[in-house]
Design a protein around this ligand. Structure first.
Ligand SMILES: C[S@@+](CC[C@H](N)C(=O)[O-])C[C@H]1O[C@@H](n2cnc3c(N)ncnc32)[C@H](O)[C@@H]1O
Length: 316
């Protein structure tokens, strides 16, 4: 949960909606002595092309997240995205700062000036969901919503999955971009949020194209046939991002898009953790996701500069 996400009519409340029951993330300090995504790779490892120098070893131990590799090692296997990136292209990653990163400024007012005010139906949905129903205003910002719609319009997927519906704000944008024969399945663990989403989707005129599945996202993802989904948007509990990556990658068809929100790992995610705390675990989990995606030879990825950052990956 990030207060910076609030673009609703009130400041973001600190409701623990996003702290609904979680499966423990598999990130554990020091759980793997030689993660596959670490740069530089250990000498002699699969992605090593040269012996590690003292300098590079020091850089790696200073900057590498300490997340287990087990959930994401699959991403290096199978047919590569082009060829594996040359060794010299990567060492900069060793200097990646650990999250949290310095707060970035986003020109919200300028974006609003260009695109105009939010549509009345979206304004009503936000007011009703946040002020009347007390749901947290942690939906995507309006420009991120436009980007989601744009990505769907460009990709024209027949099936889109969203992980983390809340009251359906991003869902509406995704659904609006669908082609004629497209459908969207959105996954939400909180029944109250899912109920609000159903009403909001109908209100926005996209209800017929969207199925809401209430429950832990992992249960539904396990039922989806491999390579059958054109786009997946991940925006649920941050600690599970690596788990979602492992679950979603096989479901994407070649050419499919994987999009993760909060990719800049900034803000306060404490409301998304049942244990509370500073949200440090969430930030590390997002960072581990970013690194895993960035290193995968099967995904071509780029950050899109929304307020909280989207990481968009194309499966080759
Ligand atoms: C950040 S909000 C989603 C916001 C929404 N995508 C938007 O921008 O309008 C995250 C949502 O994920 C849900 N969630 C958390 N853990 C989940 C899980 N394991 N399975 C499904 N949904 C989950 C929370 O209840 C919350 O509603």
């Amino acid at each position: 949960m990030s207060p910076g996400r609030c673009c609703g009519p009130t400041p973001a409340p600190t409701s623990p909606t996003c702290g609904a029951p979680r499966t423990a993330a598999r990130c554990s300090p020091g759980s793997s002595p030689s993660p596959w995504w670490r740069w530089p790779p250990a000498p002699g490892s699969a992605n090593s092309s040269r012996p590690a120098s003292t300098t590079t070893r020091r850089a790696a131990s200073r900057t590498s997240p300490r997340c287990s590799t087990s959930t994401t090692a699959w991403a290096t296997r199978g047919p590569a995205w082009g060829t594996r990136r040359p060794a010299l292209a990567e060492p900069k990653a060793a200097h990646t700062p650990r999250p949290p990163f310095p707060a970035a400024s986003f020109p919200t007012d300028y974006v609003r000036a260009v695109f105009g005010n939010r549509e009345p139906v979206l304004e009503e949905i936000l007011r009703d969901s946040v002020l009347e129903r007390g749901l947290p205003a942690i939906q995507v910002d309006d420009n991120a919503g436009r980007i989601l719609q744009l990505l769907v319009m460009l990709r024209r997927p027949r099936h889109v999955i969203e992980i983390g519906t809340l009251f359906g704000y991003s869902t509406i944008h995704l659904a609006r971009g669908l082609p004629e024969d497209g459908r969207l399945t959105t996954l939400e663990i909180d029944p109250a949020a899912a109920g609000a989403a159903r009403r909001n989707l109908d209100r926005a005129g996209v209800g017929e194209r969207v199925e809401i599945v209430v429950g832990d996202a992992s249960g539904y993802l396990a039922t989806v046939p491999p390579e059958s989904v054109g786009m997946i948007f991940i925006d649920a509990d941050k600690k599970s991002y690596a788990r979602y990556l492992a679950a979603c990658f096989p479901l994407l068809e070649p050419g499919g898009l994987l999009v993760a929100d909060d990719a800049f790992a900034q803000g306060d995610f404490s409301g998304e953790s049942a244990e509370g705390g500073e949200g440090e675990r969430e930030r590390k989990a997002i960072h581990a996701y970013n690194r895993a995606v960035g290193r995968s030879p099967r995904l071509f990825s780029a950050f899109l500069g929304t307020r909280n950052g989207l990481l968009v990956s194309y499966k080759g």
